[in-house]
Design a protein around this ligand. Structure first.
Ligand code: NAD
Length: 250
């Protein structure tokens, strides 16, 4: 098993890609803490992993709260005895023209998508140091690499911020054996993209931009996250793993 003996904390793991990562990590031998604001969904993922013989724990986590992050890391360490992996996955999406974007909407998205990654990293590093090293995987987006006219200003800015925060984290903690990499998914079938997929014209416009001609599946991203989380990626830090069906190749 690729994560045998390791303990992981994944934010936003109650559904979507985070839940796919939690299930995959557990199948690969990791103990997994599922952090999310969605309690019922998070507890269901925990129960499902346990029913299949895995080790899991749901922790209530709002990624914008430093106190919640400290509690989540403490809960994971106290249950699993260590923390080796953090996946900063929680995020919100949206679309808005720049002039129609309120300052409040900007702050909310930046708080969840960018500050949440900073706070999670800050809370997890001391525990990883005690474990003798670790791997942090930050979920950015293909929209952290290139612009898209009908995205939203704080989505693009927050995902770009995650990309470079990843590199600083990689540089500041490489000496302690803590690696940090970003993942850049393209459009994936999750609740976040439900509205775009429900409208046939919007769906077609998106698919037309994807050379592989379809949306990705959550598991197709989870396998990339698994690689970066595992010791197979022991020489990989500060890098960007693009899983976007070819979106950014053109
Ligand atoms: P999703 O909406 O299915 O899941 C996001 C999860 O984050 C949910 O469980 C939600 O409750 C949680 N979350 C939201 N705000 C939170 C908060 N304040 N604290 C804790 N948890 C919170 O979306 P997804 O598609 O699985 O997205 C996962 C990540 O992937 C996000 O960072 C997203 O920006 C990124 N991403 C998604 C796509 C896509 O096409 N779906 C593409 C590129 C990047």
């Amino acid at each position: 098993m690729r994560l045998a003996g390791k303990a992981a904390l994944i934010s936003g793991a109650a559904r979507g890609m985070g839940a796919a990562e939690a299930r995959l990590f557990a199948r690969e031998g990791a103990s997994v803490a599922i952090g999310d604001i969605l309690e019922a969904e998070g507890e269901a993922v925990e129960a499902d992993i346990k029913a299949k013989g895995g080790e899991a724990l749901f922790v209530k986590l709002d990624v914008t709260s430093e106190t919640d992050w400290q509690r989540a890391v403490e809960a994971a360490v106290s249950r699993f005895g260590r923390l080796d992996i953090l996946v900063n996955n929680a995020g919100i999406g949206g679309a808005s023209r720049l002039e129609d974007t309120t300052a409040e909407a900007w702050d909310r998205m930046m708080d969840i998508n960018a500050k949440g990654v900073f706070l999670g990293t800050k809370a997890a590093v001391p525990a990883m140091r005690r474990a003798g090293g670790g791997s942090i995987v930050n979920i950015s987006s293909q929209l952290g690499l290139v612009g898209m006219r009908d995205s939203s200003p704080p989505y693009q800015a927050s995902k770009g911020a995650v990309r470079l925060l990843t590199k600083l984290t990689a540089l500041q903690y490489a000496g302690e054996g803590i690696r940090c990499n970003s993942v850049h998914p393209g459009p994936v079938v999750t609740a976040m993209t439900e509205r775009r997929r429900a409208d046939p014209a919007t769906y077609q416009r998106m698919v037309d931009r994807i050379p592989l001609g379809r949306y990705g599946e959550a598991d197709e991203v989870a396998y990339g996250v698994l690689y970066l989380a595992s010791d197979e990626a022991a020489f990989v830090t500060g890098s960007e793993l693009v899983i976007d069906g070819g979106w950014t190749a053109q």
